[in-house]
Design a binder for this molecule. Structure first.
Ligand code: DP6
Length: 360
């Protein structure tokens, strides 16, 4: 599948060497992407909050070379990271048709995360979007007339080919990816800014990430998405994602937080229910994940506060709450939930505005 819109015209400038850098945030899905078709096409639409503090900063130095094929080195926090190479090699081969200069340069990729690498937080969304943005920055230098709108659109398109959820990490602060009949402009190819009205209650919405298990992912995302092929409940799940997206539209507009909570928590538990009922099956929650959920539900029942949780494909818990309830919820997290985190570790984050260039 070739998408002509993203194949560049012949470059008007030539560069022998240079350096670019970008910082890109992580994101947390409210309606989950789980299951995909060929060419990184999602099986259902998803929507996410762009985060503010959990970010990857990546710089890319490039220098002209004459040898054939891709040539790059990758460093994490200044240390050579050869185990990142296969994923980047795969990314480069998927996008070469759209970024034809890839084989003309040797690249030195230096990357670092604001969150600990071993935190169990997926760095593929922020990492792949930062790398895609660096490549777009080079393309912009070779073809200076490209618009900012096209820059972001193609960055999202490229990032998706690195990791699906990465296409939701270019802009802020509510991003839709995947075609939905009721969301104008939605696309399987790129993430778009949510196009409708959003109530002020969602402004600066908080996400505190409770690090229950900092270990390596038990199930890689590729294996995980593949579990949806031939899954007995796949079709119902994809239909549910469509209807949850639709249900969110009036909820985001009216600021009905009770309805918001019920959609978000159902999505999180359905994601895990899919994993528990696939072949092979997995339980990615840990006892502490359930302790946290039960305490959070009891706290919500007692206080009437609008705190809820969501989960990724792992044991960590994202605690979501509105800005004006932050004092009480943060106190509750520190006194009641932190004890269920590995080494008491959690990260306070909130809605963010998207990626930013870094001066280099
Ligand atoms: C559970 O984007 O990591 O976080 O496209 O294979 O790289 P690949 O998958 P990835 O999957 C993320 C799945 C999720 C839900 C979501 O972010 O929507």
């Amino acid at each position: 599948m070739i998408v002509n819109e993203f194949i560049p015209k012949p470059y008007t400038q030539l560069l022998d060497r240079g350096a670019v850098a970008y910082s890109a945030p992580s994101n947390i899905a409210l309606v989950k992407y789980w299951g995909k078709k060929a060419h990184q096409i999602p099986a259902n639409p998803s929507i996410s909050f762009t985060l503010n503090n959990c970010k990857t900063a990546t710089s890319l130095r490039f220098e002209k070379k004459t040898s054939k094929g891709f040539s790059f080195e990758v460093f994490l926090d200044g240390k050579l990271q050869d185990d990142f190479k296969p994923k980047i090699e795969q990314f480069f081969s998927r996008i070469e048709v759209y970024v034809p200069f890839l084989s003309s340069y040797h690249f030195v990729i230096e990357t670092s995360n604001t969150f600990p690498h071993s935190s169990g937080i997926a760095s593929s969304a922020s990492g792949m979007s930062a790398l895609a943005l660096c490549l777009m920055k080079i393309e912009q230098q070779l073809n200076p007339e490209i618009s900012q709108a096209f820059f972001n659109k193609k960055a999202s398109f490229l990032a998706r080919l690195g990791s699906g959820s990465a296409c939701r990490s270019i802009e802020g602060n509510l991003i839709v990816w995947g075609t939905h009949a009721n969301i104008e402009g939605s696309s399987d190819l790129v993430g778009i800014k949510y196009p409708y009205e959003v109530h002020h209650k969602f402004k600066n919405y908080r996400d505190t990430i409770l690090l229950v298990d900092k270990g390596e992912k038990q199930v890689s995302s590729t294996v995980g998405h593949n579990l949806m092929h031939d899954h007995p409940f796949a079709e119902q799940r994809f239909a549910q994602a469509h209807s949850n997206m639709e249900a969110l539209i009036p909820v985001l507009e009216s600021g009905d937080l009770k309805a918001f909570i019920s959609i978000v928590e159902q999505e999180a538990l359905t994601l895990h229910a899919m994993m528990m009922s696939s072949n092979p099956y997995f339980i990615l929650m840990k006892p502490n994940t359930l302790e946290i959920i039960n305490k959070l539900w009891a706290f919500r029942a007692k206080t009437g506060l609008h705190v809820c949780f969501t989960l990724d494909a792992g044991a960590n818990v994202h605690v979501l709450f509105p800005d004006n309830e932050a004092d009480e919820v943060q106190k509750f997290i520190a006194t009641e939930l932190a004890e269920h985190c590995q080494n008491g570790h959690y990260i306070e984050d909130k809605l963010g505005l998207g990626a930013e260039p870094i001066k280099i």
